[in-house]
Write a protein that binds this ligand. Structure first.
Ligand SMILES: *Cc1c(COP(=O)(O)O)cnc(C)c1O
Length: 389
């Protein structure tokens, strides 16, 4: 099909040409005396994206999923008890990883579409007077349902319970797009990947540890080898890696960090908020509902749209893909067929999103879902004009 594929899944996201060019490199000696400049610059700039001056960032050739494992095995010991909230497919898989790695997971079940409830965490921690719960696991932005939870409030709840559990946060679809404050929120392990807010191809796991997280890697006794952050601490200190790093990805990440920091993280978050609001207004104009229960928790990086019971969201996605070269995100787990998602994160502007909304409208009408062509586009256009600087 001629023209660009419209990639509007919530990851992988569009890779800017600048990043693609930066990755197009010959291989080089990763043990040269000049190589540490690249490593040290990347690791130091990453801390700015995570909102920390006290923490330390690590990059591993892997993915977001691998960073769940990295966070768990570097913070805990076999059989440790952890507390986790399940409110979507990613929190479900985070819990699954903890269970498979031998942790005892106490689960707070929440409706899919609900945000993490800090009061529920506080109540569970307050009951645990013996301090047997070693960590709290939460997903900042549930990509399944388009819900952003308040991590600052989770930390406040942990403090209010006077509990010393570590805070492990999945920020795969938030870090690099939404406001993220590792220091202020007291996050001990923050998890990210390359193919969402960082605008890169998949292939890198990125993780940032606060001071308590860094201390925990020395006392955790989980067996670990490739994901042992102690090796990274040692090698990264000199600007090297414990193995051959993925050079193309490192050069891509260097470029991505240049782009993000030139825009400024506050501006990046504001751009996502403004772009996301246009999508929300379009959905409202279509008279369709979103998966998110509390509209104040709607994500600025992804919107999960519920199709009427008579329709199949997988059919909607397939029409969009085959007929209009538009990739929309699938409903995950139990939401398959019931929900489709528009990803609005990464390298994105108003007109790209208006194109995606126009394609979604044509698709919905083709799928027999009664919306008025142009209604959502017009609502988003009005918002983008009104909110333009
Ligand atoms: C995409 C995603 C993941 C999984 O990351 P991979 O890089 O696909 O392993 C984990 N958590 C959240 C919230 C995500 O959006």
């Amino acid at each position: 099909m001629p023209g660009r594929n419209f990639l509007f899944v919530p990851g992988p996201t569009n890779v800017p040409d600048r990043i693609l060019r930066a990755m197009h490199r010959a291989q080089e000696d990763h043990r040269s005396s000049t190589f540490p400049e690249l490593t040290k610059g990347i690791l130091s700039d990453l801390t700015k994206v995570f909102g920390t001056t006290k923490g330390q960032a690590f990059v591993l050739p892997s993915s977001g999923t691998a960073m769940w494992e990295t966070a768990i095995v570097n913070s805990l010991s076999p059989g440790d008890k952890v507390l986790a909230v399940r409110n979507g497919q990613f929190s479900h898989l985070f819990i699954d990883a903890a269970q498979r790695l031998g942790m005892q997971v106490e689960i707070i079940e929440a409706e899919w579409g609900a945000a993490v409830e800090p009061a529920a965490i506080q109540a569970k921690l307050a009951e645990d007077t013996a301090g047997t719960i070693k960590a709290v696991l939460v997903v900042h932005n549930e990509t399944t349902t388009g819900v952003t939870s308040d991590i600052g409030a989770v930390r406040a709840a942990m403090n209010a319970a006077n509990h010393h559990a570590l805070l492990l946060v999945d920020g795969v679809s938030s870090v690099g797009s939404l406001d993220f404050r590792l220091d202020e929120w007291g996050v001990d392990f923050a998890i990210a990947g390359s193919q969402k807010g960082f605008m890169m191809p998949a292939g890198l796991g990125i993780i940032c540890l606060g001071p308590k997280g860094l201390a925990a890697i020395a006392t955790a006794t989980c067996p670990r080898a490739f994901f042992d952050l102690r090796d990274h601490v040692t090698h990264n200190a000199n600007g090297y890696f414990p193995y051959t790093p993925s050079l193309a990805h490192l050069y891509g990440l260097r470029e991505a960090l240049d782009m993000l920091l030139a825009e400024g993280m506050a501006n990046v978050a504001a751009r996502h908020k403004r772009l996301g609001e246009g999508v929300r207004r379009a959905v409202k104009a279509w008279n369709l509902s979103v998966c998110t229960k509390d509209l104040t928790c709607q994500s600025d990086t992804v919107t999960a749209i519920v199709v009427p019971p008579s329709a199949d969201a997988e059919v909607v996605r397939d029409i969009a893909f085959r007929k209009y070269n538009l990739a929309l995100g699938a409903g995950l787990g139990p939401l398959r067929g019931k929900v489709f998602r528009i990803g609005h994160l990464g390298d994105l502007n108003e007109l790209m999103l208006l194109g995606a909304l126009a394609g979604t409208e044509m698709t919905l009408v083709d799928a027999g879902i009664p919306i008025t062509l142009g209604s959502g586009v017009a609502a988003a256009q009005a918002w983008y004009r009104e909110s333009a600087k």
